[in-house]
Design a binder for this molecule. Structure first.
Ligand SMILES: Nc1ncnc2c1ncn2[C@@H]1O[C@H](COP(=O)(O)OP(=O)(O)OP(=O)(O)O)[C@@H](O)[C@H]1O
Length: 814
């Protein structure tokens, strides 16, 4: 810098003056400014040099003649050169020392007044230890251009706004009085919002217009920035004030409510404040919390006695009672799960296998971190289908125990209203959430086992279709955002294990059945019932009767008798009741009689004693010797059953009369039976002539029970053939199968249940369609051994097997 002799910009006076240089770090001094400078050693050296040099008066002093009357120190001039970030520029400011004194901190200092700018020239020699340079004054006497005037005016406006914003009223006043553009530029030296680089530019730029334009842009940018910051600050302040105001108002409201509560004796008056605290404290998902707080707000604004307050309160209670973030940890030990199932239930091996498979797949998917949605990964929802009392509900409980989850049962029998499942809208008086939400609440966790009991008994009417709502519950694609009408919040059901039970799969609404995997529980054989009774029913009933094994011992024979002659059911409900009855008798005996030796033994005779004569005889109850009666096997809601078909003929119009509440399918199969015999009777060696002038009457006893299905086809054909031949149907034979018009025997369902029923009823032979042969694998060994099973392909074979040999002297009836 020191060897630079040509001033930048080239403007200047003829002769160059020499000055000692005073470097100022990060301070730019523009002409007109008065600045205090601390006298550090280097500044002191510069001043000393100035004093020693007594620079000639060839500088432009604004003091004019006045200066002569001053202290000689006033004549000391220095060239102030700013050093911004360690760099120095090419222009400095000539300044005079106006005062010598001390800083407020006590350090020695001088006050400098900047006189004019000067371009820095060559370094020269001078007295003292300071650096001396030549400097050319920059001439600023030219009249400002019109543009400069305009720019200055605009800058003045912007600057005024800035100053107003900062509340610098005195400075604003001073600025307002300024008329010279150069003066305005010089005042920028004081501006704290301008950085060193900008000030340096203002110092070094020669052209006035350029300087003004630069200043104007910078000032405008700054003003815009200030306005944005102010806006943000204002917003924040307003927000805070609102929260504070709200807080204070709430406190006041709470106090008023409390006072009111004390006046009216209603202690609940500040409940809304309570709710707010409870909501804040509860572990709720964000969306739920927001909704709850919104409702709490509404509650605060509604009068205490309004019905709306009541509704909101119930709603908030429901929301707060739901276990939004509660979950239980699953047991993933499948062996342990199998043990739980085995301890809880005897037999049912294939059902347990299926359940264990289901659990194993779930556990694997969970271990792999895959989302197990409503059992999607492990097959559909399991539906346990079977007659009453076979343990469907209690198996559901066992599954929950095996998984280590909570268990809830949702009884769906007779549900006809969609709102039962999905809740009523809150606008209804007495609205409640639906059963699914209530079940989750009852479970107290978001991942319980929910048993949808009796799903086959869901009806539908004008109140909507509950099955449709259930579809959404069971559909893994939808059930993570299940919406209850009452709650109006998304409830995630994807972690719930749904199980369903039904007596018959056929009446489960189609689309629902489609989402389920049916596992059949067909009922128990007598032996199985006895072992269930011994291992499970008896211990439970002993406890209920307040007895122990030391008090009573029931013989196995007695249990067999109970199962075979006092009950006729697929499950074990009645058996359990009979056991309970026997135990009550024993308990009474123990209470009333003295000197009873314990344990009291219960034998077959004692059972008859306690319960009266057996209600069911093991052998088939059908009277012998009547042609036209055949024993069919059927499946009802209560499991398999035997049912008798009676056929009679009476003179009259040829055709059929059907009684016994038969469904359409059954009526058609009666017509097929008759049609087949009329067409093929002679080939079978039957005299079909009576059919031409007789009316055939087919009746299914137990007329009050509706019956349907095609599987009584063979039974009706056989009964009719028996009537035509006069040969009775053997009483020990039961049969089932659909018949086609050409006489083929078509397969039917429920083989296991039907065979169990035949066995229960004391039949020894059964005829089933040949194509049902694979189903025999499901039938318990003991039952298969006890029965002679005929597999029929043609109805002629059925007739031949079932009819008794021709009785001597018999004639064709009719
Ligand atoms: N295999 C079994 N082992 C042990 N107990 C059993 C077995 N099967 C049924 N039970 C018992 O029989 C009783 C009736 O069973 P449960 O109530 O589960 O029948 P369900 O099939 O659900 O009948 P419903 O269709 O009428 O609801 C229960 O107490 C159950 O423990």
């Amino acid at each position: 810098m020191t060897n630079q002799t040509t001033p930048a910009g080239g403007a200047g006076a003829d002769q160059a003056a020499t000055f000692p240089v005073l470097f100022l770090d990060d301070v730019v001094v523009l002409p007109g400014m008065v600045v205090p400078v601390e006298l550090d050693p280097s500044a002191q050296a510069t001043l000393d040099a100035a004093r020693a040099g007594r620079t000639p008066t060839n500088h432009t002093s604004t003091d004019g003649d006045e200066s002569t009357s001053r202290d000689p120190a006033a004549y000391q001039h220095v060239l102030v050169v700013p050093r911004i970030d360690g760099h120095t520029g090419v222009v400095g400011t000539v300044a005079e020392v106006t005062r010598v004194g001390r800083m407020p901190s006590g350090e020695p200092a001088v006050v400098l007044r900047a006189l004019h700018r000067a371009t820095i020239g060559r370094g020269t020699v001078g007295p003292g230890a300071a650096l001396w340079v030549e400097a050319d004054e920059i001439d600023e006497s030219a009249t400002p251009s019109e543009r400069a005037q305009k720019l200055a005016a605009e800058y003045k406006t912007v600057l005024s706004s800035i100053l107003q914003g900062r509340g610098a009223w005195q400075i604003l006043d001073a600025v307002q009085r300024m008329t010279e553009p150069a003066e305005l530029v010089a005042s920028a030296g004081y501006a704290p919002w301008l950085d060193g680089a900008t000030k340096l530019r203002l110092l070094e730029t020669i052209d006035l217009e350029e300087r003004l334009a630069d200043l104007l842009t910078t000032a405008k940018d700054y003003l815009a920035e200030v306005e944005v910051t102010d806006k943000i600050r204002e917003d924040v302040r307003e927000g805070m004030e609102k929260t504070q105001r709200e807080y204070v108002l709430r406190q006041q409201l709470a106090a008023i409510r409390k006072e009111l509560g004390q006046l009216t004796g209603d202690g609940d008056a500040d409940a809304s404040v309570d709710y707010r605290t409870r909501i804040e404290a509860a572990d709720l998902p964000e969306a739920v919390r927001e909704a709850a707080l919104r409702e709490a707000d509404r509650m605060e604004r509604s009068p205490e006695a309004s019905p709306e307050t009541g509704w909101i309160r119930t709603w908030l209670d429901t929301v707060l009672d739901l276990p939004w973030s509660e979950r239980t940890d699953d047991t993933t030990d499948i062996t342990a799960a199998r043990e739980v199932l085995d301890t809880d239930h005897s037999g049912l091996d294939d059902v347990k296998d299926r359940i264990v498979e289901y659990l194993a797949v779930r556990a694997r998917r969970e271990q792999r971190g895959m989302q197990v949605v409503g059992g999607r990964g492990s097959g559909a929802v399991l539906a346990l289908v079977g007659p009453p009392g076979v343990g469907k509900t209690s198996l559901g409980e066992s599954v929950a125990r095996a998984l280590g989850r909570k268990f809830v049962r949702v009884a769906l029998g007779g549900v006809r209203d969609e709102a039962e499942i999905r809740g009523h809208r809150r606008t209804y008086v007495g609205a409640l959430p639906g059963r699914i939400v209530r079940a989750i609440k009852e479970a107290g966790s978001m991942n319980p086992v929910v048993l949808l009991d009796e799903i086959d008994k869901v009806g539908s009417d004008y109140r909507g279709d509950p099955a449709a709502a259930l579809l959404e519950v069971l559909d893994p694609a939808q059930n993570h955002t299940f919406r209850d009408h009452y709650l109006e919040l998304d409830l995630d059901l994807s972690d719930v294990v749904f199980l369903a039970t039904a007596n018959v799969a056929e009446t489960i609404p189609g689309p629902l059945l489609d989402r389920m995997e049916v596992v059949r529980l067909d009922g128990y054989t007598e032996d199985e019932k006895v072992s269930i009774a011994r291992d499970h029913l008896l211990p439970r009933q002993l406890e209920r009767a307040g007895l122990t094994t030391d008090d009573v011992a029931i013989e196995d024979e007695a249990l067999h008798l109970l199962a075979s002659s006092y009950t006729r059911e697929a499950g074990v409900r009645q058996l359990e009741r009979s056991v309970a009855k026997v135990l009550r008798k024993v308990a009474t005996k123990l209470a009333m009689e003295q000197d009873v030796t314990t344990p009291v033994g219960v034998t077959v005779d004692d059972v008859t004693d306690y319960l009266g004569r057996p209600r069911f005889e093991p052998e088939a109850a059908r009277p012998d010797g009547i042609p036209g009666v055949a024993t069919g096997l059927a499946v009802t809601g209560a499991g398999g059953d035997v049912l008798y078909v009676e056929v009679a003929m009476m003179p009259g119009k040829p055709g059929l009369t059907l009684t016994g509440q038969l469904g359409d399918v059954m009526k058609e199969s009666a017509a097929i039976a008759l049609g087949y015999l009329r067409a093929n009777g002679e080939r079978l060696g039957l005299d079909t002539s009576p059919l031409a002038d007789h009316t055939v009457h087919v009746h299914f006893p137990a007329g009050a029970v509706p019956k349907d299905g095609p599987s009584a086809g063979v039974t009706m054909t056989t009964a009719l053939a028996s009537l035509l031949t006069g040969r009775e149907v053997r009483t020990e034979v039961g049969m089932t199968g659909e018949v086609s018009l050409t006489g083929r025997v078509l397969p039917i369902g429920g083989v296991k249940q039907k065979l169990l029923a035949a066995h229960r009823a004391g039949l020894t032979e059964v005829i089933i369609p040949k194509r049902n042969e694979p189903d025999l694998d499901d039938v318990p060994e003991t039952v298969r051994e006890a029965l002679t099973i005929h597999l029929a392909e043609d109805v002629a074979d059925v007739v031949e097997t079932a009819l008794a040999p021709v009785a001597q002297g018999a004639t064709v009836a009719a």
